[in-house]
Design a protein around this ligand. Structure first.
Ligand code: ZN
Length: 518
């Protein structure tokens, strides 16, 4: 009772204070009140009262923690600013990707080969443990680069150059994290057979608290240094994983305790969902297509399975909703602490390839809880990536046909006009792909968020003979992207992979375009 009275008193006092200051209780306010009234602030955000400040003509670039060490912070910043015309750095602060160029690879004219030994990943910054009281993931400081602090060692040098420092919180699931970060295994998704996977579950409260804790660190502990956040996590739900392709994880999941509880609330039968997925796995099993084709054909049998087991799509929706819910929660938390700082998301390239993943990732919805969306539209690496996805579609849902016959229909569905699968695999996609994808997404979001297409500069292609990005490709893609009317671009994937000549081509194209636009 006493508590209830105090809270009522607090609301009265707060309302009175607001009215004295000429503010409405739901209005944007100063950071001093935000910590005490996060719900009110979140409501203000949802009500459309965004206070985000974004610089015009964002030219962002993604930079790995080791680049600062290998080349020196000033040298990197000189290259980014002078060659690339970069004004915003998405600096990997939390990085789960162990990939580096090794001694048998080829450096792009700068940087160093990876040292021998395991790269653990984790957070490349120091943090106050008080932000991680509600999670079992407490020890995630990476010492891959010694005591180097990728926030406090780098951000001040960027401020001096009038560049913005964005924390790139990169949560893509890589198996190494399960070995190197205590607590990760406990929050992992559980697959259809009850096995832990190497992907953390968004419905696990401990994992959510960990993700939230990092946002608080960036915006509270490093409030002087961090100008904004780009949050990234590339993974997919059970249906998309079953189709496969570059972003698929092993295992149809998640069937952990928390996901099962959530399913129970929605009235979805766990056992029927599992049975439905087992039937699809059997229908699309590897082997000769024609030899195992059902009498009514693959597609009709696929559709019949969905009719018999609507739990298949219900479980997929459960996963996607959880992913969306998590991102909106992180956005709301960030806005309650620092409403003026842009908070956005990296969106994986599969959204531009797969009609199924695209259907689930609703941009109109994402626009409600993002200040910007950096969409991976890597045209060169996109060729083989799209080719592999079309092959997977022709091996699963459209198994009655083959990829060559499917391709024209696929292009019509997705609005692309590119070459044959063997050709796009070898030569990549044109800059028209970037234009088409960017325009479609901009039409989805209207003025509710900003779209920054990701420009391919040396994104690795996997097989021998597949084309590498040339400076001229970069020039075309950058010019094409700006031509769609986007308010910014993001040079991708990582500075450490980019030829300096290509980076300079991006900068020249940007300067040429912006000088005309004025
Ligand atoms: Zn789960």
């Amino acid at each position: 009772m006493r508590m209830a009275f105090d809270r009522r008193e607090f609301v009265k006092i707060f309302s009175a204070a607001c009215s004295m200051l000429g503010l409405q209780a739901t209005a944007q306010s100063t950071s001093q009140t935000q910590d005490t009234v996060p719900r009110t602030m979140a409501h203000a955000v949802w009500a459309g009262g965004r206070a985000t400040k974004t610089r015009p003509n964002v030219v962002a670039i993604q930079t790995k923690p080791f680049s600062w060490i290998d080349e020196g912070i000033d040298t990197v910043l000189d290259n980014l600013q002078q060659k690339g015309a970069v004004n915003t750095v998405y600096s990997y602060t939390y990085d789960t990707d162990p990939n580096r160029i090794h001694k048998n690879g080829r450096l792009p004219g700068h940087g160093k080969f990876a040292p021998d030994g395991l790269r653990t990943g984790g957070g490349y910054f120091d943090y106050d443990p008080k932000f991680f009281l509600d999670t079992n993931i407490k020890e995630f400081r990476s010492f891959d680069d010694g005591e180097f602090n990728v926030i406090s060692d780098v951000a001040p040098k960027m401020k001096a150059r009038d560049m913005d420092y964005f924390a790139l919180d990169f949560n893509n699931p890589f198996p190494v994290m399960m070995k190197t970060i205590p607590g990760y295994v406990e929050v992992a998704e559980v697959d259809i057979d009850g096995l832990r996977t190497t992907v953390p579950c968004y419905n696990h409260p401990s994992y959510r608290a960990f993700l939230l804790g990092k946002i608080e660190v960036y915006l509270k502990q490093y409030s002087e240094h961090v100008d904004g956040i780009m949050w990234s996590a590339e993974n997919m739900g059970p249906f998309d994983n079953m189709i496969g392709g570059d972003w698929a994880m092993i295992g149809v999941s998640c069937f952990c305790h928390y996901c099962r509880e959530k399913a129970k609330d929605r009235g979805i039968s766990v056992e029927r969902a599992k049975e439905g997925y087992r039937r699809l796995q059997y229908l699309f099993r590897p082997g000769p297509k024609m030899g195992q084709r059902p009498p009514d054909g693959y597609f009709a049998t696929f559709w019949r399975t969905l009719l018999e087991y609507p739990e298949i799509l219900s479980w997929q929706k459960l996963w996607m909703d959880s992913y969306t819910e998590l991102r909106s929660e992180l956005y709301g938390a960030a806005k309650s602490i620092a409403p003026e700082k842009p908070f956005g998301f990296h969106i994986q390239q599969n959204v531009t390839f797969s009609p199924f993943y695209s259907a689930g990732e609703d941009f109109a919805q994402l626009a409600k809880f993002s200040d910007f969306l950096k969409v991976a539209t890597y045209n060169n690496a996109g060729g083989p990536r799209m080719g592999r996805l079309v092959e997977r579609l022709a091996d699963t849902v459209f198994r009655d046909t083959d990829s060559a016959k499917l391709l024209p229909v696929y292009y019509d569905m997705m609005g692309y006009h590119e070459a044959t699968v063997p050709e796009i695999t070898l030569n990549g996609l044109t800059s028209e792909y970037v234009v088409s994808a960017a325009k479609r997404i901009m039409a989805d979001v209207g003025d509710n968020t900003k779209i920054y297409p990701g420009i391919d500069i040396g994104v690795p292609t996997s097989a021998t003979g597949e084309k590498k990005t040339h400076a001229d490709d970069v020039r075309k893609a950058v010019t094409a992207a700006w031509g769609t009317g986007v308010p910014g671009i993001a040079l991708s994937r990582d500075y450490s992979e980019m030829e300096l000549e290509s980076l300079a081509a991006a900068g020249e194209a940007t300067r040429a375009f912006l000088s005309k636009r004025g």
